[in-house]
Ligand binder design. Structure first.
Ligand code: NAD
Ligand code: MG
Length: 341
C-alpha cells in the first residue's frame, strides 16, 4: 500500500512560519483561509476589486487585500481561483511579485500539467488537493476531522517543498484523515477522468438514459425519477460507508443478482473502450485544449449544453417531487451558503 501521512508526520511550524495568501474565497478558498487562520497561520485573502466575497471574508475575521497586494505581501500563495481564470490572474497579478524562496500552491494540477502556468526557477510549486468539496473541508475541520488530501511537488526549489505541503495540509485538517503523495500528472489526469467518466459525466448520462428508457416505455415519470435518481443517494451512501460488497450485502438477493448479471452488460466492452478514449484525450492534452478554446470563444457551446441539460424532463418532475420533500431542499441550501461568490 502507498504511504499515507497523518498528524504526527507533519511539522506544523513550517506553515506557521510563512505569510500565506489565499487567492479566491469560493468553495475551497473560504475553507482553506478559515482553517489556516484557526491553525495559527498568518493568512490574508486576495480578492479582485469589487468582489462580493470581501464582506463575507471580513465578517469571518479575515484580512482581505487585492489579489496583487496579497501576492506581493505573501511568501506562499495558494491559488484557489477557477482553473480557467488562473493563467490570466497569474500573468498579471502573481508573477510580477514572485521572489526566490516563495512558494506557489494549487488545489488542482490543471494549469501546471497543461503548461498554462510556468513558475520561475527558485520558487517551490506544490499542490494540496482536498478530495472533497470546500464546505466539507471547512465543516469537518470545525468538527475535529478533515478531508483526505493529495500532495504533490512540481518544483522543489527549497528542497523542503514536500514538508511545506504536508504542513499546509496539516493546517487545513487533512492529516487527520490521511494525506497521499501524488504527482501533478496523476492528480490532474485522474481527477478529470473521474469527473468525466464516473462522478459527473458517466453518472448523469446513466441516470438520464435510465429515466428516458422507462418514460419512453410508458411508465410514470414519477416512478422513473424515484428509481433512477432519488434512490441513488441511498446506494451511494452504502458504497461510501462499506464499499460495493457492503452495499450488496444490504440490498435484496434479487437486486444483487440483477446487479451482477446486468451491470456488466450495460457497462460493456464498448463503454470501456470509450473510457479509454476519453482518458487518451485527457492525457494528450486534447481535452484541455478544447476547454481552453471554449473559454476563449466565450463559452457559447458550454452554455448551450447547460441549457439543454436543464431542460431535460427529469428536471421538471424532480423539482415537483423534491418540493414535497423540504428536508432535501434544506440540505441544498446549506451547501450554497458557503460556496461561490
Ligand atoms: P470557486 O468557483 O468556488 O471559487 C473561485 C473564487 O475565485 C471565487 O471567490 C471567485 O469570486 C474568485 N474569482 C473568480 N474569478 C476571478 C478572477 N478573475 N480574479 C480573482 N478572483 C476570481 O472555485 P473552487 O471550486 O473553490 O476551485 C478553486 C480551485 O480548487 C480550483 O483549482 C479547483 O480545481 C480546486 N478544487 C476544487 C474543489 C471543489 O470541490 N470545489 C475540490 C478540489 C480542488
Ligand atoms: Mg475532483
Amino acid at each position: 500500500m502507498a504511504k499515507l501521512y497523518y498528524e504526527k508526520d507533519a511539522d506544523a511550524a513550517l506553515i506557521q512560519g510563512r505569510k500565506v495568501a489565499v487567492l479566491g474565497y469560493g468553495s475551497q478558498g473560504h475553507a482553506h483561509a478559515l482553517n489556516l487562520a484557526e491553525s495559527g497561520v498568518d493568512v490574508r485573502v486576495g480578492l479582485r476589486d469589487g468582489s462580493s466575497s470581501r464582506r463575507k471574508a471580513e465578517e469571518a475575521g479575515l484580512r482581505v487585500l487585492s489579489t496583487a497586494e496579497a501576492a506581493a505581501e505573501a511568501d506562499l500563495i495558494m491559488i484557489l481561483l477557477p482553473d480557467t481564470e488562473q493563467k490570466a490572474v497569474y500573468d498579471a497579478e502573481i508573477a510580477p511579485h514572485l521572489r526566490e524562496g516563495d512558494a506557489i500552491f494549487f488545489a488542482h494540477g490543471f494549469n501546471i500539467r497543461f503548461g498554462q502556468i510556468a513558475p520561475p526557477a527558485g520558487v517551490d510549486v506544490a499542490m494540496v488537493a482536498p478530495k472533497g468539496p470546500g464546505h466539507l473541508v471547512r465543516r469537518t475541520y470545525t468538527e475535529g476531522g478533515g478531508v483526505p488530501s493529495l500532495v504533490a511537488v512540481a518544483q522543489d526549489a527549497s528542497g523542503k517543498a514536500h514538508d511545506l505541503a504536508l504542513s499546509y495540509a496539516h493546517a487545513i485538517g487533512a492529516t487527520r484523515a490521511g494525506v497521499l503523495d501524488t504527482t501533478f500528472e496523476e492528480e490532474t489526469e485522474t481527477d478529470l477522468f473521474g469527473e468525466q467518466v464516473v462522478l459527473c459525466g458517466g453518472l448523469t448520462a446513466l441516470v438520464q438514459a435510465g429515466f428516458d428508457t422507462l418514460v419512453d416505455a410508458g411508465y410514470q415519470p414519477e416512478s422513473a425519477y424515484f428509481e433512477c435518481l432519488h434512490e441513488l443517494k441511498l446506494i451511494v451512501d452504502l458504497m461510501y460507508e462499506q464499499g460495493i460488497a457492503g452495499m450488496r450485502f444490504s440490498i435484496s438477493d434479487t437486486a444483487e443478482y440483477g446487479d451482477l448479471t446486468r451491470g456488466p452488460r450495460v457497462i460493456d466492452d464498448h463503454v470501456r473502450a470509450t473510457m479509454r478514449t476519453v482518458l487518451d484525450e485527457i492525457r494528450s492534452g486534447a481535452f484541455a485544449e478544447e476547454w481552453i478554446a471554449e473559454n476563449r470563444a466565450g463559452r457559447g457551446r458550454f452554455e448551450e449544453l447547460r441549457r439543454a441539460g436543464a431542460a431535460h424532463p427529469i428536471e421538471k418532475i424532480g423539482e415537483e417531487l423534491r418540493g414535497m420533500m423540504p428536508f432535501i431542499a434544506a440540505g441544498r441550501q446549506r451547501v450554497q451558503d458557503v460556496s461561490g461568490g
